[in-house]
Design a protein around this ligand. Structure first.
Ligand code: CDP
Length: 228
């Protein structure tokens, strides 16, 4: 019997707003792979907690984890969109309330185990591009290609605001967002791990197209199935 073809996993990790998800989405599209966004699951379980109690001081592991039961992943082209009670929550999970609490929720060990399970299940039997903070270490240590995306905090803040506001942000706005980002980076420090065998890409002076092209080229170099 012919041996099943090897499944390819590309893990893209990096700090907040380093462009992981949009890059992962493009790369997946280019290669015909599926994209799984682990950060969206941390955000969705945080949004589920916000819905059930506005008093974040009272959230403990068991309370937050219970919200996981209401969360699903709906196939959306090459990607998956999180749902709560079967409804898409794309915008809610990017809102300020979720962003404010997500790092603390993501430090809860049972929550990390739950997200990792969901990611592995969504990834099962597909070639995938997965993005997050620890995909190349905790979840897919055997990934054939690991990327660690970084960029200057000011530039990350500028890009995040441009995406959110749909216009060029002012310096004052960028300065405020930079503070929020470095604060979240600090909250995420324990869970953001660069694998020793990851390729570091600093995107500060790269366009999105350039960073996608680099990763696609790196993927071609590790995939010997001649499929793309
Ligand atoms: O898009 P952005 O970089 O702002 O964040 P995200 O990828 O949507 O992740 C949201 C939050 O989830 C992060 O701030 C981390 O607290 C957490 N996260 C994590 O701990 N581990 C992951 N693998 C992915 C996200």
């Amino acid at each position: 019997m012919a041996k099943a073809p090897e499944r390819i996993v590309i893990a893209i990790d990096g700090p907040a707003a380093s462009g992981k998800s949009s890059t992962a989405q493009w790369v997946a599209k280019r290669l015909g792979f599926n994209h799984v966004d682990s950060g969206a699951l941390y955000r969705a379980i945080t949004a589920a907690a916000v819905r059930r109690s506005a008093d974040a001081d009272r959230w403990d592991d068991a309370f937050v984890l219970a919200g996981g039961k209401s969360i699903g992943l709906e196939p959306d082209g090459h990607s998956f969109a999180p749902t709560i009670d079967s409804k898409r929550v794309d915008e809610q999970i990017r809102g300020p309330e979720v962003t404010k609490h997500v790092s603390r929720v993501a430090r809860m060990k049972p929550v990390r185990e739950w997200v990792n399970q969901q990611v592995r299940a969504a990834a099962a039997s597909f070639d995938i591009v997965v993005d997050g903070r620890d995909m190349g270490t905790a979840v897919f240590p055997d990934a054939q290609l690991k990327i660690f995306l970084v960029a200057d905090p000011w530039e990350r803040a500028r890009r995040r605001l441009l995406q959110q506001l749909g216009r060029s942000p002012t310096d004052d706005e960028i300065a405020e967002e930079t503070q929020r980002l470095v604060h979240r980076d600090a909250g995420d420090a324990t869970q953001t791990v660069q694998a020793p065998d990851a390729v570091l890409i600093d995107t500060t002076y790269l366009t999105q197209e350039e960073q996608v092209e680099r990763i696609v080229a790196l993927a071609r170099a590790v995939d010997h199935r001649d499929e793309f």
